[in-house]
Write a protein that binds this ligand. Structure first.
Ligand code: CA
Length: 496
């Protein structure tokens, strides 16, 4: 995969139209900038209402339509993997008008990058939104995405995928598609058999914004993800269940987020949660390794397998609390075998860390881990690490050969002694915690704890009552720490 190019510094001129204000966000395969149309060096200015570009800069009004000029700001995305440049340009030339799409006013090639520029009016990026969203927001998003994607399909636009990086949130909360990953554009509507993948992508995206309490919606999306039924049908089904689904409870006591970080191009982390029964819920974080077509597959497979196996076990014969350790062990072994089989069939050395938390009756938690993704407990304002890392440096610290601080910066800090998917059997550590009201449990990949000191994580957790805000701030802190790795975290609070 091509390297991420250096970013444009503030003041960089983009054609005769724009000036870069600054880089605002990095995402997988993208850089996002704020730009404006303040260009005193250019004698004429473009009117964004009618397109006239011959009005002298000194004039206060457009010569074409008479509109008053005002300074405008824009959001500019840059991509640099060239294979889909032509398709995106062809798509942009179509000028399809749809309220669900933020249409580019300009698409420009500069310095081997493709720049797509849309008007900016205070929109936010979905990549900054932690899960879960309230059920009604998920449902509105579902209908919005379905309608817009159906429109694209009818107009022959084939998307290579759809992720939250493609979603722009207006200040009033409406979401528009933006900066799409267009595979190709044709004159005729896409054939039915090619609609499956995009429906699966929408369903998966939505499922990850569902609260663990909103299990029926998550299951519904899961079924659609598997069936790949037409987007219009998907939309109608969502609509017909809207009232029932929107009434599902949310307790506001969980949050999760994953982010690619500031330097990696691929996010190999994954997280998941699942309600197993009336009594119990499972939360998982995985940090995959093995590069493209490896790490991200290992981590998602491991999370999906552990959730499925634990869910099945709990549904068929819920074990007594004492036997929860066996349930976790069994689920980890299944995840291990699944990833290992996949690795062997692909001839890949993929593997993953895995940390999971089984919460029963909001009263007791069983934590299990393999590798160096961690679980922490925040109790009475102090943060305690619950898990032990299965890493070379952790072993050296245990033996007194390194300090914790030296371990953090050690050149071999990434060497793991145990991972999921690399050996026939995997040995897991299990910790049991008797929970107290307002305890917070945090599970995270090393992209968080490697970039943010424990005391800073503790300060953030103590500052934000809202778990989604705390989650977002922890991700921000990892960026400030350097953002050298993917970062993923799941946060749970014992309700009062
Ligand atoms: Ca990592």
């Amino acid at each position: 995969m091509n390297e991420r190019p250096p970013h444009f510094p503030p003041g960089t001129r983009i054609t005769d139209l724009f000036t870069v204000e600054g880089l605002v966000r990095l995402a997988e395969g993208r850089m996002f900038y704020l730009v404006n149309d303040h260009r005193p060096d250019v004698p004429h200015r473009r009117c964004w209402e009618c397109g006239t570009s011959t009005t002298p800069r000194s004039s206060a009004q457009c010569l074409g339509c008479g509109a008053a000029f005002r300074d405008r700001r824009f959001l500019m995305s840059s991509r640099w993997v060239r294979e889909r440049f032509d398709a995106y340009e062809k798509f942009a030339r179509r000028q399809l008008s749809h309220q669900g799409i933020a249409w580019p006013v300009e698409v420009i090639r500069q310095d081997d990058q493709l720049l797509s520029i849309v008007p900016y009016n205070g929109e936010g990026l979905m990549v900054d939104e932690a899960s879960p969203l309230p059920a009604d927001r998920v449902l509105n998003l579902a209908m919005r995405l379905t309608g817009t994607v159906a429109f694209l399909i009818v107009n022959g636009v084939r998307l290579a995928g759809l992720t939250r990086a493609n979603l722009l949130i207006s200040p009033d909360g409406t979401v528009r598609l933006y900066d799409l990953e267009v595979q190709s554009v044709q004159d005729d509507p896409l054939p039915e058999d090619e609609r499956r993948d995009i429906v699966a992508a929408i369903a998966e995206l939505l499922r990850r914004y569902c609260d663990v309490e909103a299990e029926p919606i998550a299951r519904f999306f899961e079924e659609f993800e598997a069936s790949g039924a037409l987007p219009t049908l998907f939309g109608r089904e969502v609509e017909s269940r809207y009232d029932a689904f929107a009434a599902l409870p949310a307790r506001g006591n969980i949050a999760a987020m994953t982010d690619v970080g500031l330097t990696r191009q691929l996010n190999e982390d994954f997280w998941g949660w699942r309600r197993l029964s009336d009594r119990s819920a499972l939360f998982v974080v995985a940090d995959g390794m093995g590069g493209h077509d490896g790490g991200e597959i290992a981590s998602s497979l491991a999370v999906q397998t552990i959730c499925r196996v634990a869910g099945h076990r709990e549904a068929t014969a819920p074990p007594p609390v004492e036997a929860m350790e066996n349930l976790l062990d069994e689920a980890f072994q299944s995840a291990n075998n699944t990833v290992k089989e996949q690795a062997e069939s692909k001839g890949s050395d993929m593997g993953t860390t895995l940390v999971s938390m089984l919460v029963i009756d909001d009263r007791v938690a069983f934590l299990a881990n393999v590798g160096d993704s961690r679980a922490y407990l925040l109790r009475n304002g102090s943060l305690h690490q619950l898990t032990r890392d299965h890493s070379l440096v952790a072993k050296m610290v245990e033996r007194g050969r390194l300090t914790a601080e030296e371990a953090r910066h050690h050149p071999h800090s990434n060497i793991l002694l145990r991972t999921v998917g690399t050996e026939r059997d995997v040995e897991i550590d299990i910790f049991k915690v008797e929970l107290e009201v307002n305890d917070r449990l945090l599970m995270c990949s090393d992209g968080l704890w490697g970039e943010v000191e424990d005391r800073d994580m503790e300060a953030i957790l103590n500052t934000y009552d809202d778990l989604r805000l705390a989650t977002r701030e922890l991700v921000r802190a990892s960026h400030h720490g350097g953002g050298k790795d993917n970062v993923t975290l799941v946060l749970y609070q014992v309700p009062a």
